[in-house]
Write a protein that binds this ligand. Structure first.
Ligand code: SF4
Length: 495
């Protein structure tokens, strides 16, 4: 049996994951659109990184032609004229690896370069590099060192062409992450032993299921918990969950009155036991601070690894869509406004100018989790300082509904969460997110990428546009509807 670099790394995360990948891959949840987008982005980063190695040659044979890839690599290694090899393939013992870059340092000595689309080294990269080192050494390659090449978060794109020497940072694996050859060999032996067994190892789900990456067998090992499971309590520590489960208490409704909980957690327990909405004493006062006209505002962004426009850095958030619902007076009609960037041109100026028009003169601009919109406006101010007064006015009128709800309202159907996706359907049941083609921000970013792609058909574009407008508009109309519900809730006695 032969395992790959990625299987070895999966096995470091969890031996059961490795076992499933090799013997029962059908148990995996299919790659999500988001996971596919991350993979595609990683490939683009890899292509840029190769530009740092002029004259490098790619081993193009894919995973279905590995013997050809190994043969081609051997020929390139033997050709002293080749300064670098991309996707070099080596097999040693039971492991096969493809090296991102094998850089020739002298006639017979090389440096192994692992390319990552992250902006900093991460501990698990040491295993990635460690297994390659073991295989390359075993295959007779003299390595004079290994390097990690990752994106430079401080690199500012000039809008023309990437300066590859600054777009990336090349470093050694930090000492605190280093893993010795003996440890790599030990892990490999253990993995091969586990793979030879007739059944998967008995590994309980835990933190490793999401760290360092979300395991593709997560749904298999972590079947959905009931909505009243004790772990839904906000910010409950895992030791407390373990205590409750050990006492046979699975449901929030079974938690005894004297079990130590925070005030918020106790509020959730009480609401779920009674089935009644808890209303805090300060709700009416908080809502009284709203001023008309009221705008309900939401932004959508993407954060590409490779910056697309001047002034952007890797992973900077690029706003591409906003939605505003506007109400001029109490009880008056609610008007919808929106902006969606429709092509590959820089959306920042049209985004901001159209937004300024939509919220002009607003007394309060209601958002949900102010930090997000506020940070995006700060970034727009950095890129477009000529809009300082408009941005300052928008920020001054912003009014965050999230802390108001968190402090003053708990509905039994929030399920322990104050996210808009939980709060809106609980307070306004007719506004569920179920059935929307786009249901969350990452999906919106992917849909927008397809929408502006010149290769997308006009028919699909029209469909995507409708889905994006529907999704972003749902959030802001939802804020308006939540406000109506909150205003009708009975007043709690003053604190
Ligand atoms: S979900 Fe968790 S326990 Fe299951 S295979 Fe993945 S990492 Fe291992």
């Amino acid at each position: 049996m032969r395992i790959s670099k990625s299987k070895f790394v999966a096995g470091v995360q969890c031996l059961k994951r490795l076992y499933f990948e090799v013997h029962q891959p059908e148990l995996a949840t299919g790659a999500t659109e988001a996971a596919e987008a991350v993979m595609e982005q990683g490939q683009q980063v890899g292509l840029e990184a190769r530009k740092a190695f002029a004259g490098g040659v790619l081993v193009a044979d894919d995973h279905e032609h590995l013997d050809d890839a190994i043969r081609a690599t051997r020929e390139l290694v033997g050709n002293a004229e080749v300064p670098a090899i991309f996707e070099a393939a080596f097999a040693y013992g039971s492991v096969l690896v493809r090296a991102d870059v094998l850089e020739r340092r002298s006639r017979s000595r090389y440096r192994l370069v692992e390319v990552k689309s992250s902006t900093a080294p991460k501990p698990h990269y040491a295993f990635d590099i460690g297994i390659q080192k073991l295989v390359l050494s075993g295959a007779g390659i003299h390595l004079e060192g290994t390097r990690l090449m990752h994106l430079n978060r401080n690199y500012v794109f000039d809008g023309q062409a990437y300066e590859v020497s600054r777009l990336f940072v090349t470093v050694e694996i930090p000492k605190e992450h280093a893993v010795g050859d003996a440890e790599i060999s030990k892990r490999l032996d253990e993995q091969l032993r586990i793979l030879g067994q007739p059944a998967p190892p008995d590994v309980k789900p835990g933190r490793q299921c999401e760290d360092p990456v979300l395991c593709e067998f997560y749904n298999h090992c972590n079947p959905g918990l009931p909505s009243d499971h004790v772990s839904v309590l906000p910010r409950i520590r895992s030791e407390k969950v373990d205590d409750l489960l050990a006492s046979g208490i699975l449901s929030v409704r079974q938690i005894p009155d004297d079990f130590p909980l925070s005030r918020t957690q106790r509020r959730v327990v009480d609401a779920m036991k009674s089935g009644k909405t808890w209303i805090g004493p300060d709700l009416a006062r908080a809502l009284a601070s709203l001023r008309y006209p009221i705008c309900f505002m939401d932004f959508e962004t993407v954060f590409p690894a490779l910056p697309r426009f001047a002034g952007l850095r890797p992973y900077d958030q690029l706003p591409f869509q906003w939605s505003v619902h506007r109400q001029e007076r109490s009880g008056g009609p609610i008007q919808r406004h929106d902006y969606l960037a429709e092509d590959i041109a820089d959306p920042r100026v049209p985004f901001l100018e159209s937004l300024c028009r939509a919220v002009k003169g607003a007394g309060s601009i209601v958002v949900y989790n102010e930090g997000f919109e506020s940070d995006r406006l700060d970034e727009l101010l950095q890129w477009l300082p000529e809009y300082r007064s408009e941005i300052t006015r928008i920020k001054a009128a912003m009014w965050d509904l999230l802390p108001v709800i968190r402090k003053n309202v708990y509905h039994p159907l929030f399920g322990g969460s104050y996210s808009l996706k939980s709060v809106l359907p609980a307070l306004v049941p007719e506004m569920s997110y179920d059935g929307l083609a786009v249901m969350e921000g990452a999906q919106a970013g992917i849909a927008w990428g397809r929408f502006i792609d010149p290769a997308t058909s006009a028919e699909e574009k029209a469909q995507l546009k409708q889905e994006l407008l529907e999704y972003c508009g749902q959030d802001t109309l939802g804020l308006a509807r939540i406000l109506e519900v909150l205003r009708k809730l009975p007043r709690a006695p003053a604190s």
